[in-house]
Design a binder for this molecule. Structure first.
Ligand code: URA
Length: 433
């Protein structure tokens, strides 16, 4: 196989063979294809797309480029969830213990935040002592003990995707449906669970900006999952605006705990209950209405919160912080953004809010940046909320006082106001099963 010929073929929109795809992924993982040729192919795929068959082959080739996790000890009960990345998305912290409290088995590998989107691993590390790096044996043991484990992505899992994703990130080729779907699904399939529930974000804070593109991505990933014998569903959720009020690691953990204790913002709760119900349906093999009832009971009875505390403790964290969230402490500095008018919030650009949280220290500009767990934003007013002049719209937290001006400008530029009451934003666009 000559990489030049593969690029030439895709440039003309022709279908690559399974052998070409497998050979190319094998050689690229072994550093035998240079980045300049691979980035040229990625751009050709961005413009010419791939057939379903090519996408399946690419996914499988990347899945097989490294280790795969064996969860056969849990029969077909293991379930994973994946979000395509958003702002204020703390759903895993809520959904995972609910599902485990309902009798499901959650085995999940999560990422760190990059750019304006947050990562579950960073949020969990707000708990002193919490271990996100476990060996495969420790991971399986944790799942066995607690029915729940969430760890960072292993370097040996789908290494081809790791290399390709880093390349796409700097060559403007991330937002391609064949490339995103194969990237995500290669890791999910390698991670070994029998069922997968996907939260496909749609809107300004996500890769898919329109419901039509989000639906295409969701359908492609569901088809890949099913083709590999995994029960797969996707929920398309709105990411034009942040989810919940809190954006920033420890701030989001505190909001997740509020939901687990029966409170919290209703948008966050609705998305979590939808995802958790699908996961329980798949993992416990019960009808959808029974799954929904079990999920509600786990939340109301306090079983989900107790499971959360057990999970934090069993993975080495201090669950006293879950029982008394004041232990997380507050960032050294805070400032409020006040409304200078009466009216309603029309929209609130999730990406700009995510960037503001990053400016305050909650996110990473590069993979090596150190995040500040207490930094971030509490967005007190969201689209369709009424505001009066002088109301607090957002509260900013940071350890670096000189970040306030830039973060404040980002938040103000994210908000649009109107004089008449707007409709509430749609929360869940569609569920693909
Ligand atoms: N998340 C991934 O893991 N891969 C992509 O390509 C995009 C989002």
């Amino acid at each position: 196989m000559r990489m030049y010929d593969v690029i030439e073929k895709k440039k003309h929109g022709l279908e690559l063979s399974r052998d070409e795809i497998f050979e190319m992924i094998k050689l690229y993982t072994a550093d035998e294809i240079p980045d300049y040729q691979m980035s040229s192919l990625m751009m050709a795929i961005y413009f010419k797309g791939m057939t379903d068959r090519e996408i399946y082959d690419l996914t499988e080739a990347m899945m097989l480029s490294g280790d795969t996790v064996d969860l056969s000890a849990f029969g077909d009960a293991s379930v994973d969830k994946h979000s395509t990345g958003g702002v204020g998305d703390k759903t895993t912290l809520i959904v995972a213990p609910i599902v485990a409290a309902c009798g499901g088995i959650v085995a999940k590998m999560s990422g760190r935040g990059l750019g304006h989107t947050g990562g579950t691993v960073d949020k969990l590390e707000s708990f002193p002592g919490f271990r996100t790096s476990l060996t495969p044996d420790e991971f399986a043991a944790q799942v066995g003990r607690c029915s729940l484990a969430v760890i960072g992505q292993s370097a040996d899992l789908a290494p081809a995707d790791k290399k390709l994703y880093a390349l796409r990130d700097v060559t403007a080729t991330v937002d391609s449906i064949p490339l995103i779907s194969s990237s995500i699904m290669s890791k999910k399939l390698a991670a070994g669970t029998k069922s997968i529930v996907l939260d496909v974000k749609c809107g300004r804070g996500s890769f898919m900006k329109t419901p039509a593109d989000a639906k295409k991505l969701a359908e492609t990933m569901v088809k890949i999952g099913k083709a590999h014998g995994r029960r797969t569903a996707a929920v398309i959720t709105n990411m034009d605006l942040p989810l919940g009020h809190a954006i920033g690691n420890a701030l989001e953990v505190c909001e997740a705990i509020e939901v687990l204790n029966g409170g919290g913002p209703s948008d966050l709760k609705t998305v979590c209950l939808t995802l958790a119900s699908l996961m329980v349906e798949f993992s416990c093999k019960i009808p959808s209405n029974e799954a929904k009832a079990r999920v509600n009971d786990a939340l109301i009875s306090g079983k989900a919160f107790e499971k959360f505390c057990e999970w934090i403790r069993q993975q080495g964290g201090d669950d006293a912080y879950a029982r008394d969230t004041s232990l997380f402490g507050k960032a050294k500095y805070f400032c409020d953004i006040l409304s200078d008018r009466d009216g309603y919030i029309l929209s609130c650009d999730a990406e700009k809010i995510g960037l503001a949280a990053m400016t305050l220290g909650a996110g990473r500009a590069t993979k090596d940046s150190v995040i500040d767990p207490r930094a971030g934003v509490i967005l007190l007013k969201k689209p369709s909320d009424e505001v009066k002049r002088g109301d607090v719209i957002a509260r900013l937290f940071t350890e670096k006082k000189d970040t306030f001006d830039a973060a404040r400008d980002q938040i103000i530029s994210a908000l649009e106001f109107t004089d008449t009451a707007p409709e509430k934003p749609t929360l869940i666009h569609e569920i693909i099963v």
